[in-house]
Design a protein around this ligand. Sequence first.
Ligand SMILES: Nc1nc2c(ncn2[C@@H]2O[C@H](COP(=O)(O)OP(=O)(O)OP(=O)(O)O)[C@@H](O)[C@H]2O)c(=O)[nH]1
Ligand SMILES: [Mg+2]
Length: 267
Amino acid sequence: MKDAIFIAGPAGTGKSSLCASLKEWYTKEGMNAAVVNLDPGAEYIPYEADVDVREWISISQIMSEFNLGPNGAQIVAADLIIENIQNIKDILQELDDYHIIFDTPGQIELFTFRTSSPLIVESLGGKKSMIGFVADSAVSASPSGHISQKLLYASVLTRFYKPTLFLLNKFDILDEEMQKNILSWDQDPDALINALMDEKVDSRKDYYYNIVKSFADSGLSSKIIPVSAKNMEGLEDIYTEMSFFASGGEDDDTMYREEDYENDEEE
Ligand SMILES: Nc1nc2c(ncn2[C@@H]2O[C@H](COP(=O)(O)OP(=O)(O)OP(=O)(O)O)[C@@H](O)[C@H]2O)c(=O)[nH]1
Ligand SMILES: [Mg+2]
C-alpha cells in the first residue's frame, strides 16, 4: 500500500459516505484507491468494498452462536476482526500501488475502546497510516457540541497515538456565517469561550477556558479540515495532509514523528 487512512467517528457522522467519496476522488485523479470495510455490523455501505469483513464475520451468526443481543454481538464481532487479520493482509498485499481507506464500525467505542483496535490499526496500517476522525457539522454548530467533538477527537488521538485529522463532515449543511464561526473558533480560543458563554451559563467559565486553551496550547486546534462527502469537498485537503505526513512532515504535534516508532522498536 502507498498509505492508509482509518475513517473513524461517532455513529452517523458520514464515515462510510466519506470512504465512498474519497475512493471516487482518488480514482478521478488517476490514482488507485481501495476501501476496506471493517464494520461487521453494517447493513448497507455506499461503496463497493474491495475487502469486506462481513465475508468472514456475521452478526446474526454470532448472536445465535453465543446467545448474545445485537450490542454484545457487535463487541464480539469487533474482536473477531483480529482473528481474520491475515485474510485482510493477504488481499492488501496485492494492492501495492493503492491508497487504502478503512471504514470503521458505526459505534465509535467499538473502534476506540476495544483492546483489539490499536492492534488492528498497527497490523493493517502500521507506519504508513493515519486516522481521519469524522465529526458532524450539525453538532459543531453549537460551541458546546464543538468542544465535545474536540474532546472525543483528543480521546481517539490519545488512544491510537497516531497522526489524526479532524474532519468536519457535512460542512455543506451550514450557512456561510456558521462555517466562518466554527473555523474562527479554532484559531481563537477566546472566541470559542465567548460563544460558549453566550450559549451556557457563566459559572464554569474557568473550567471550560482551560479545556479550550489546552487544545490551542497542545496544537490540537490547528487542523480542522472542513469536508463534505456529499459535495465531494475538502477531499483534496485530506490527500494533501496524507501526502505531507507520508513525506515525514512534522509541523504539528498530532502528526507522525519518527521517534515514536524508534521507541516502539527498542521495547
Ligand atoms: N448533508 C450531508 N449528508 C451527509 C454527508 N455525509 C454523509 N451524509 C449523510 O449522513 C447519513 C449517515 O451517513 P453514513 O455514511 O452512513 O455515516 P456513518 O458514519 O458511516 O454511519 P454508521 O456507520 O451507521 O455509524 C446518511 O444519510 C448520509 O447521506 C455530507 O457530507 N453532507
Ligand atoms: Mg458506516
